[in-house]
Ligand binder design. Structure first.
Ligand code: FES
Length: 158
């Protein structure tokens, strides 16, 4: 059974998982990419990505996108330190978590969000985006990452 699962789905850090992530980046380079590529400088001369890079990003964090790019109740994938991270906006609060399901490597940012419950698109395991707890298997959880929003720019713990 494990071999069959491995053949069909692959490992979280395996070649197929990395290829899938890379293909998603290539297929959706704009809205899924980091803020430096996705968001042009503020047209009215306000905050720019460069200004944030010049010391406004908190130490240990990485700027990923502007909060206004997130939709309430929706998920969005970004990459922090080359790792997939799923962002969720719930009641105006941004939550960040590992973007890869601990079950078999499913892309959590492509799952469904219902309140603070995120369901993996592959086999339906569900997780709490606030605590990281898994509702299906209490021994598994997703890592929750700290988030700081600076002048509408979402910064995620690196
Ligand atoms: S990969 Fe199986 S539930 Fe996420």
């Amino acid at each position: 059974m494990r071999v069959l699962r491995w053949l069909l789905i692959g490992r979280t850090d395996g070649l197929r998982a990395r290829a899938r992530r890379r293909l998603r980046q290539v297929a959706h380079p704009g809205p899924r990419g980091p803020v430096a590529h996705a968001t042009p400088a503020h047209p009215a001369g306000g905050v720019t990505n460069g200004a944030l890079d010049a010391g406004r990003v908190p130490a240990g964090f990485e700027a990923v996108l502007r909060q206004r790019e997130l939709q309430e109740g929706a998920l969005r994938e970004v990459f922090v330190g080359g790792r997939s991270v799923a962002l969720a906006l719930v009641d105006g609060q941004v939550y960040a978590m590992d973007g890869t399901c601990p079950h078999a490597g499913g892309p959590l940012a492509e799952g469904l969000l219902d309140g603070t419950t995120l369901s993996c698109p592959m086999h339906g395991w569900s997780f709490d985006v606030v605590t990281g707890e898994c509702h299906v298997n209490p021994e598994d959880r997703i890592r929750i990452l700290a988030v700081r929003v600076v002048d509408d720019v979402v910064c995620v713990e690196a």
